[in-house]
Ligand binder design. Structure first.
Ligand SMILES: C[S@@+](CC[C@H](N)C(=O)[O-])C[C@H]1O[C@@H](n2cnc3c(N)ncnc32)[C@H](O)[C@@H]1O
Length: 214
């Protein structure tokens, strides 16, 4: 079974259906906007974005994930990315920004900022601070054919570790993760970005723009 460097099981991401992510991005983007999607996985969000009329370049460091992407794709660590062009929208989804590793977050945000045009928007899906107070073992649900359940939630200061269990078609997978509670202003300022707006009522999606100088 193929598992990415961050522990994502490829088969699970092929089974999981889109869950409205592309529509959130589309509503916040200009019509036909070019989109750089960071951490695209197998294209669960990429493909609906293409269907909504966007030019999407998908980036992931997993060849096993990218093998399923039906759009221009670049295999790279996000923090090392340098495509020599800018996009109308850079998408950093899947709560990658909540990585426990501060250096990885800084590198990801710097790469995102570098690929934004002057009027571009960074669109981020994150765990908002309040999620860290409310998430609990046993939570989960059904997404498409995939049953999802969280266990072993442990809090240590700003860090939260847990295991997510997936079950579908008589098979089971698990993914352990640790994520960090963030202060939005600190995150954006450190990457020379300014808050734009919330994209969902639960504040799990927001957009940001390059900070104007002078
Ligand atoms: C949880 S999966 C989500 C995939 C996709 N965004 C989705 O929603 O279906 C996270 C993906 O991000 C990729 N990823 C995580 N950190 C990365 C990094 N620093 N550079 C490149 N890819 C990364 C993993 O390989 C994996 O495919």
């Amino acid at each position: 079974m193929e598992v990415t460097a961050d522990g994502s099981p490829v088969e699970v991401y092929l089974l999981l259906p889109p869950n409205g992510e592309a529509e959130i991005v589309h509503a916040a983007a200009p019509p036909g906007a070019s989109i750089l999607e960071l951490g695209s996985g197998a294209g669960r969000v990429t493909h609906p974005l293409v269907e909504l009329g966007h030019e999407v370049v998908a980036v992931d460091d997993s060849a096993a994930m990218l093998a399923h992407v039906r759009a221009p794709a670049v295999r790279a660590r996000i923090g090392d990315l340098d495509l020599g062009r800018t996009f109308d929208v850079v998408l950093l989804g899947s709560r990658l920004v909540n990585t426990e590793k501060d250096a990885d977050r800084q590198a990801m945000l710097a790469a995102a900022r570098q690929h934004l045009g002057p009027d571009g928007r960074l669109i981020v899906e994150w765990h908002p601070p309040e999620w860290f107070d409310t998430v609990a073992s046993g939570q989960g649900g059904l997404l498409g054919d995939v049953e999802i359940e969280l266990s072993d939630v442990v809090r240590r200061g700003d860090l939260l570790s847990a295991t997510v269990h997936y079950a579908a078609r008589g098979r089971r997978w698990r993914q352990e993760f640790t994520c960090r509670r963030l202060v939005l202003d600190d995150v954006l300022t450190s990457a020379d970005l300014a808050f734009d707006r919330w994209l969902t009522p639960d504040r799990s999606w927001f957009s940001a723009r390059p900070r104007r100088r002078g």
